[in-house]
Design a protein around this ligand. Structure first.
Ligand SMILES: [Zn+2]
Length: 59
């Protein structure tokens, strides 16, 4: 399948939209200060890596 110029532009706009939406919902990890996607944010505000490091949580 080939996308024409219009198709590429359309896809790019769609990606931009999704990225913007996700960025709004990103959370800061309180430990490493990294941006963490909401689905990876530990309930106490840690990312998965820091939650594992600080609380011994095993995923
Ligand atoms: Zn972290």
């Amino acid at each position: 399948m080939r996308l024409g110029v219009d198709g590429v532009e359309q896809a790019r706009k769609e990606v931009d939209r999704i990225v913007r939406q996700r960025r709004r919902s990103f959370a800061w990890c309180r430990c490493c200060r990294g941006l963490t996607p909401p689905e990876l944010t530990h309930e106490r505000g840690y990312c998965m890596g820091c939650a594992a490091a600080t609380q011994g949580t095993v995923y």
